[in-house]
Each structure stands twice: as C-alpha cells, then as structure tokens.
Write a protein that binds this ligand. Sequence first.
Ligand SMILES: Cc1ncc(COP(=O)(O)O)c(C=O)c1O
Length: 392
Amino acid sequence: MSSKEPIASGPTRRRFVGAAALAALSPAMAPSVARGAQPETVTQQTGEPADHAVPGFGPAPGVALLSRNENPYGPSEKAVAAGCSATAQGAFYADRSLLYLVDMIAEKNRIPRDFISISAGSGEGLCAAAQSWTRDGGAIAAPSLFWDTTVRYAERQGAKLVTAPMKSDLSIDLNALEKIVTNNVSLVHITNPNNPTGMLLDPEELRAFILKVEGRATVLIDEAYNELTADPDGSSMIDLVREGKNVIVSRTFSKIYGMAGLRVGYLMARTDLTARIRSNIMSWISGPGLAAAIASYDDEAFLADSKSQIIEGREMVVDAAQSLGLRTLPSQTNFVFVDVKNDANAFRDEMRRRDIHIRGAYHGLPSWSRVSMGRLDDLKRYVAAMPAALGG
Ligand SMILES: Cc1ncc(COP(=O)(O)O)c(C=O)c1O
C-alpha cells in the first residue's frame, strides 16, 4: 500500500462498508462517482461516517493515475446503484443474473447464448483460451508488440509463443504474422486496436487474414477497446463469429464501461470453442460486478458521454505532444503512445516525482511512453509537466 493511502482507524467492524450503507447509494447520490469526481471515501457518496470506508480503492490522493488504461468516467450511475443493491444480496451466489447478461450480449451481437463465456474480466477468459489451446503442445502466434499478459500466463504453464515483427510504423504486419502460422501453431492472438500502440487494423485486411489462417489455427481477436474506435461495428470481427468461423472475439467492461475493478468480461465464439473456453474458466462472477454490467450494458447516454470525454483528453494529449515536436501514434483507444525522443523510463520517473503515473519503456522501444486517458484535470497535469519531465 502507498504511504499516501488513507489508513482506516482501528480494526473495528465499523471500518467496513455495510450492505445497508451501500444499498443507500441511490443513483441520485452517485453522479459524482459516475462523472469521475473521485470521492475519496464512501462518506462522500453515502453520508455514512468516515470510518465505514475501506482504504486502497482508486488512485491514492493526489496521484494522477495514467498508467493502466482505466476509465475514470465509469462506472455509470445505473451500474453503481445496481452493484450496491446486489451487494445487499451478497449472501447468495449470482446465477440467474448471469443468464440476463448472456441474453443481453446474445441479442446485441446476434449470436446464440452458447457462443458466450462470461469471465472475471476478459483477462480470465483470455487466460483460459491461451491455456486450453496450448495444453497439447500447440504454440501461440502473435505480433511482437501486444497486450501479452494472458499469453505470458500460458507460457508459465509451458506454452510456446512465436512472434512476428511489427511494421516500421509500429502497426501489426499481417503478412509477417501469416508466415509464422505454421502447423504447430494452435492460436493466433491479435489485439485490435492494439495495446500499447492504440492503432486499429484495416477491417478488410484483418478479415482477409483471418479467412486465410482460420483453417490452420483458431484466431483470437482481443477487442477490449472496440467501443472506443471511430466505427465499433465496422471494426469488429464479430461477423466472422456469427458465421461460425474458427474465431474468438473478446470484450470487456473494464474500458468504455469504466468497471475495471468490478471484473467482468466475455468471449464470443462458436459453440465448440465456447465449450472449451468455459470448461477452463476458474471463477464465478461476483454479483455486484454482474449487476453493474447488466445495468450499464445498453446505457447509450453513459457510453457516449464516457467516449466523448476520453476523446477530448486524447486530443489534448496529442496536441500537447505534437506542439513539443513529439510523434504520437494514431490511437483509437483510451491511451496514447508517445515517442518522447528520450529515455522513456527517465520520463516516467520524472512524471512520478510529480505524482503522475504513466508507463515506462517497452521492450525494444526505449523512447516510447504510454499515457492513459484519466480525468481531464489529471491529463492537464501531465501536459503541464511534459516540458520539465522531458528535460529532466
Ligand atoms: C488489450 C487488453 N485486453 C484485455 C485486457 C484485460 O482487461 P480485463 O481483464 O480487465 O477485461 C486489457 C487490460 O488492460 C487490455 O489492454
């Protein structure tokens, strides 16, 4: 725990948020949460005494948390209210509600229910797929730069990863990737838009690539940031899932929905692939997370608001970087990859001295630095600190 985080006094029962206190958090009280005003304690949300708050949730006071691609504009007001009332029902396993969410996802994506696996964040489903597809010795093929956390998990269980070089503009080279999809590859993993670049592949090129290789290996498209792209429907590969191709598409409530801490994600694939994923998923979803997901899934007003604030922040960061003569990659996500033309780790450290948390260098890219779209005020601090941090 950071020394800056509040320490609740005394190990009494009152330190912990009671279900009644949470249930009292009505939508009317919640706007400051949904708007990202960042209440530091439950007191500010519920009016309950301060010692009901538990420490350690959200950024530490004074910290601009811009390192983890979270979305501070969520959860939506409806999600907060639903999550709180589900907490009051926390004595019971959440089962029927899981089916509600499955139905909603099925309807929106026009796929059968048995094409859907719900997991604790998309990360769990991605781990399940990576592990299952490589258990018999098959390798995973991926670009050399991608969000590799779940593949690394499978590697630790003995899986092999083969990678294809990026293009010189740091976009994914589908021709190079196709060449490494040999007989021993069982899963091709593509993050689209990619993390940390934020760049989106041309949908027609990606579709053609998938149709070429899906006879050889299952293709997994991680669409964690899809809803933040300019044309979410046009850039998704869900149509190939619908057609029953050998494809998995993953999505999450952690990004546009602003629910990273509530841990809900889902993978969509034809029945046989889904059965395999489901049988490798280890956890049961938490009721409050599930309730929040159901309450916000179709909340178009919230989603539009969330997206527009993220885009406003992104434009501000891109403008600031460019005015300092720095190159940025064209992001369709809630983060920007900036070439700071300097040691990205030193830049990160300088920012950190100012309580601004960003990512350091990525392997093989010592001058590239990723910054996530936090609240506008936090991004203003980042922008204002840039000249000094670059010179530091
Ligand atoms: C591309 C990508 N996929 C998946 C995830 C995992 O998200 P979650 O497990 O919270 O759904 C992340 C998290 O940053 C990500 O960047």
